[in-house]
Write a protein that binds this ligand. Sequence first.
Ligand SMILES: Nc1ncnc2c1ncn2[C@@H]1O[C@H](COP(=O)(O)OP(=O)(O)O)[C@@H](O)[C@H]1O
Ligand SMILES: [Mg+2]
Length: 344
Amino acid sequence: MKNNQHEFNQVLSDIVKTTRYVKTEVIQSLWSGYGEIARFETNVPQYLSSQSNRKDKTFVVKHINPPAIQQHPRGWSGDISHQRKLTSYDVEAEFYQHWANNIKPFCALPLFIGQASLSHSCLSSKMIVMSDLDSEGFPVRFTTISAENSKVCLRWLARFHALNMQHQPADNWPQNLWPLGTYWHLATRKKEFNAMEEGVLKNAAVKLDKSLNSCRYKTLVHGDAKIANFCFSDDFSQVAAVDFQYVGGGCGVKDLVYFLGSCLDEITLELNFSQLVDFYFTELHTALKSFKSSCDSQEIEKEWRPLVNIAWADFERFLAGWAPTHAKRTCFTHKITVAAIATL
Ligand SMILES: Nc1ncnc2c1ncn2[C@@H]1O[C@H](COP(=O)(O)OP(=O)(O)O)[C@@H](O)[C@H]1O
Ligand SMILES: [Mg+2]
């Protein structure tokens, strides 16, 4: 343990170019004992200046430290969910290292400072070091939000999607991220699919997945764009996103419906869903124009609009297998799912 700490400190010092830092706060433990995300403070903030001209005193470290094999008698090798999790941290590190800093001027997210694998474990132990969004002006978190305030996140998503828009992308795009983003798509959820009760939704699952994922226009989807992964400014007018473990190719409306389902209750959705979808597409058009995208904005909407309900039904398919009684399954989501299946 001591050696682990020693190695952690050494690797972190190399990245931030000083040994004069202290951990001031554990922000959150990672899923199922996989590590922690913590805030650090230094009185020698120059390490950032070469990369960002910033002089922040704080920075954030996502330390991924999976549970040791010996704690799990049957080992992990056959565990699909464990493998997915490990890959997701590799994808997140890759995203921060090779994509994030180019995206940051257009869609707020943490600045990549450095990343490293740690050798003390045969498992994939690593750290991602990034700027502290709280000190960059995004200190507020929400678990629920009003329809009006959700628009700032929809704008973030629309801009992220517009910036990364592709028409019939090459097979190797997006390089080293998930070929198909999100954590719930059918190909990675065989176990949940098998657990679904027989019925219309299960019968439609393959078709839903195909229509959603065979679109010609693809972008980077955030892949886990729930409200908890957005950090807001004090006046709620600006937002930044974190947690890029499931970022990859796909149709942008997957992020749209997952986000709305994460933060609006059933009645709010019932009253506002269609105007929020309109808002997203308006923002998408505006962003495509401002980024001078070569993709045809109208064609994108023509292809993606019919996929909105399909994307919701596809997420419902995941919930129906993973947690059939989940609170996110409501009369509203049922209605959308039925409507989507009717269009197949
Ligand atoms: N760079 C950052 N600056 C400030 N807060 C952050 C930063 N990265 C993450 N957080 C906070 O920590 C929480 C957990 O981080 P996240 O990457 O989402 O971990 P997890 O994979 O466990 O969900 C986020 O919801 C956010 O509130
Ligand atoms: Mg998160």
